[in-house]
Design a protein around this ligand. Sequence first.
Ligand SMILES: O=C(O)CCC(=O)C(=O)O
Ligand SMILES: [Fe+2]
Length: 406
Amino acid sequence: MSQRNFKTIDLANFQQRKESIVKDIMTAATEQGFFYVINHGISSDEIQSMFETGRRFFALPDSTKAKYPLDVPRNAGWEKFAQLRPQTGLPDLKESMQLAFHHIPDLWPNQQDAPNFQNNVQCFMEQCNRVSQQLLECFALGLGFPEDFFTRCHDISQPDALNSLRFQHYFDLKGTVFDASQFTPTKLDAVEECGSLVTSEDVNDYYRAGPHTDPDTLTLLFQNNPGHDALEACQGRNDVTQFNQGTHWLPLCPQKDELVCNIGDMLMRWSDDQLKSNFHRVKRPEVDLSSRYTIAYFTQANKSALIQGRTKYTEPLTAGDFLRQAMERNHQRVKMLIDQRHARKQLEQQQLEQQQLRLEEDDNDEDHSVDYRNYHHHHLHLPSSSSPPPTTTSQQPTTLAPVLAI
Ligand SMILES: O=C(O)CCC(=O)C(=O)O
Ligand SMILES: [Fe+2]
């Protein structure tokens, strides 16, 4: 555990070993909220073939993928640079394709664009669901609910099921596009459309996946980079209603075919904050800049299911309302961050103009022997992106790209 930072849950002989699995999983979920899962029953071949399916889809031209645009209410479709994170107000450096169990006939890539995609992905989603059901049974037992308490409200046979699978492609960052000193916004047009006013000073604020918690019950994550420590988790979230994140991040290093699982906000609320939905992030890599692919299976309660804690969050809330409220909170926060960025840019611009004026005055002073013409390029101190943003709000209204449910 020390090297790998997180506990490993072994699902072998599930029925016979259930009692000890429940004990292990409750400790892992209470202490860390993240754990590895082995012997989950999804074969190496199936996992590899799913990564291939995802890679082939992402290799299609954007114009083809855009035939299946993300539809937030239906939890499905393709997006690129559009997932804004409430901790940064910036989009992830990725594209993703999300699939749901129901109501998305128009969002499944057709046979011509992606042969057998729908069949293969649906089979895989069912496999993921089987694993997620086993874990849900353990959580129900561990929290003192009937064994089928959670599986009944995460029922994919129901039309309002919200479980979904998401392919994620974090972009190849080779080249100079994300080098702050040579930054050109060409590849980031979409980001600018989000209203995030990208300039070279912002580049360091970008993550592959910005710090966030998952609003679902439980996330199963397949990574295809054995031992690669790209995903990091932060310990110690005490209250599911809080945005505060800590400062101590631990890398996750799954072995080949191991799952990384994490508790989401729904289960944290359901367990009265006992099980931790902790912040996690994927930083921009410093060495291996090649593309990174992951597949996430989000286990979310059916839209009409009631989420009700037993001691702390006693008022019942449907999963649909829970997600709506989470999105609204995220949206407000992202809007605030974008407005602050707007204001900061305006301030920077004003400072630049004032500096320029002063330099011009100096230039006109014939007593000066030093050439100050390029002074501001080298010495002007701009507020860095880590400086506290000014509190003034921008005059310009902010337009927002959709903030995803997850
Ligand atoms: O791709 C990863 O490693 C993490 C993705 C993630 O946290 C998410 O999609 O919610
Ligand atoms: Fe996540």
